[in-house]
Design a protein around this ligand. Structure first.
Ligand SMILES: CC(C)(COP(=O)(O)OP(=O)(O)OC[C@H]1O[C@@H](n2cnc3c(N)ncnc32)[C@H](O)[C@@H]1OP(=O)(O)O)[C@@H](O)C(=O)NCCC(=O)NCCS
Length: 210
């Protein structure tokens, strides 16, 4: 597919599109993407979504129909519809807020299908958001959160393992380094001890010991 026909697939500036291609980012056809959305390398949005201004980290797996909202309508005026407020009422009072602190989605996050993320929410690195969740408050790194409103039901790994992953920050490595260290990505972290993980980390000198 050439770049021009791809631009039609989602609302996106040409420069943004070129950046996405070079960073191996995939965004499904028909997605609305705010022009200021920032996305990290190798993140994939697998089916049509609506994404307001936000940042999304690298290596995120995002299902279909994600909605990220970065503002609310004011509900303290009689009318809540901004077009009518401006063009029918000709009022100078806006009834839609500007971005209220934009959403931040960390690195290596998995977001299931049909999730809604509301303004001002931060989703930590490595978190999982269950299908159909409505995320109203920030979600800690490496937790699994589900439901409406989304609540943490468990952590993905034991605390010691999470601490090690937070130190190595693998999503910041270049792709060649990641490929060379594939062994790290092939161990079951729920059936390994922190020492098993540290052995591999030492083998590839992933943590600088100064
Ligand atoms: C969140 C998820 C990963 C949890 O999987 P899991 O770790 O195996 O958790 P479990 O299935 O053991 O569920 C634990 C509890 O959470 C509940 N739960 C799981 N997913 C839920 C969801 N999406 N919404 C509400 N509750 C959910 C379960 O009913 C269970 O409740 P219980 O303890 O009262 O019985 C999974 O359920 C999910 O939502 N996957 C997303 C699938 C998807 O959208 N794929 C698209 C590809 S990107």
């Amino acid at each position: 597919m050439n770049i021009v026909s791809n631009v039609k697939n989602y609302v996106c500036g040409l420069r943004q599109l070129v950046k996405f291609r070079s960073k191996k980012i995939f965004i499904s056809k028909g997605t609305f993407l705010h022009p200021k959305v920032v996305i990290g390398k190798c993140t994939r949005i697998n089916a049509t979504s609506h994404i307001d201004q936000c940042t999304i980290g690298a290596f995120c797996a995002i299902g279909g129909r994600l909605v990220v909202r970065s503002s609310n309508h004011f509900h303290n005026f009689l009318n809540m519809q901004d077009w009518a407020q401006q063009f029918v009422l000709k009022s100078n009072i806006k009834v839609v807020g500007k971005s209220e602190g934009s959403v931040e989605i960390g690195n290596a996050v998995w977001i299931g299908d049909s999730v809604i993320i509301l303004p001002d929410v931060e989703i930590g690195d490595g978190a999982v958001i269950g299908a159909g969740s409505v995320v109203t408050k920030s979600i800690p790194p490496f937790s699994i959160a589900v439901g409406n409103p989304a609540q943490v039901i468990k952590m993905r790994f034991p605390k010691e393992i999470i601490e090690i992953i937070c130190q190595i920050r693998w999503w910041e490595w270049d792709l060649k380094t990641i490929q060379k260290r594939r062994e790290l990505f092939e161990i079951d972290l729920n059936n390994s001890s922190p020492n098993d993980l540290l052995k591999i980390i030492d083998k590839y000198k992933m943590i600088n010991k100064t």
